[in-house]
Design a protein around this ligand. Sequence first.
Ligand code: TLP
Length: 348
Amino acid sequence: MDRIDFRSDTVSWPTPAMRAAMAAAPVGDDVYGEDPTVNELEALAAARVGKEAGLFVASGTMGNLAAVLAHAGRGDEAILGADSHVYCWEAGGMAALGGVMPHPLPTDACGRMDPGEVEDAVREDDPHLPRSRLVLVENSYGARHGYPLPPAYFAEIEAVARRHGLALHMDGARLFNAAVAQDIDAAQIARHVDSVTFCLSKGLCAPVGSVLCGPADFIQRARRARKLVGGGMRQAGILAAAGIVALNEMVERLADDHAHARLLAEGLARLPGVRVDAAMVRTNMVFFELADDVPLSAEQVAERLRETAGVWVGANGSRGFRAVTHYWIGADDVQVFLSGLQTILAAA
Ligand code: TLP
């Protein structure tokens, strides 16, 4: 990459192996179901998460939206975390396009809803009320340090969903980060949900795309939903080829990103003027804040880091930051970040 960019793992460029695979990919018309590379990616993705079928979509947002549209209808209600990505950062798609009402619940420090509160949120069968239809979970949990939630939590939510006949979808944008951090298979997490979206274009480095996986009949409905939102692509094998490389070559190495995030968090914990909860850093995200006596805003610090050290980082509110590690961030880049920040804070 041409810069040291910690703003997100979404900024990561495709690898040379991906570019080569893209150039050589056999293609067909995927709306006709005739793109062999897309078909291969969908089968591979489904196998990796232990589901029957997969659907290649343009983004995580599209995967989650297609899932909601395939699971629920107008006037139905979806229970989800009040700080979940689907609720906060996906343009209200479920309500805007599906007529599905979100029912947000608080989450704990790791991003867990209380299973008892989920159960209490399920509506009675009463014509006054919306119909509870769906529960949405997320792993890793972006708003909570990218925390990798364990299968046991999803088993508890699954039990509630099953008791009440609700569908259960996981926004697993960074499912493989969650799995690698816990040294388990992604399928061990996904077995507790009906459907899961995971992203190829974040830590896995593909340029575009996510895969929605689930039972074959559900994926058939989601395929219709994808078409409805304009997501039927044609010679998409060019993109899917990078996704195949992502799944085959880029999953285990996510452990390096997690190690770099830990290195950054430990370094930040030693810097005067910075507050960080290093123990919460289990995947590739580091959230940290300026101490109260630092006379600069997060935006000003981010600007100085860019100008003086060539390091890009995202301000998170007026005092906070989110730094995300990925394939193109090495241990030396972490040191550039730390010494650049130290200099800025010492001069403030
Ligand atoms: N997240 C982006 C921003 O939208 C915040 C990022 O930089 O982290 N689920 C989760 C948990 C996500 O973090 C994201 C993207 C998505 C879904 C949506 O994926 P895309 O961007 O492919 O639509």
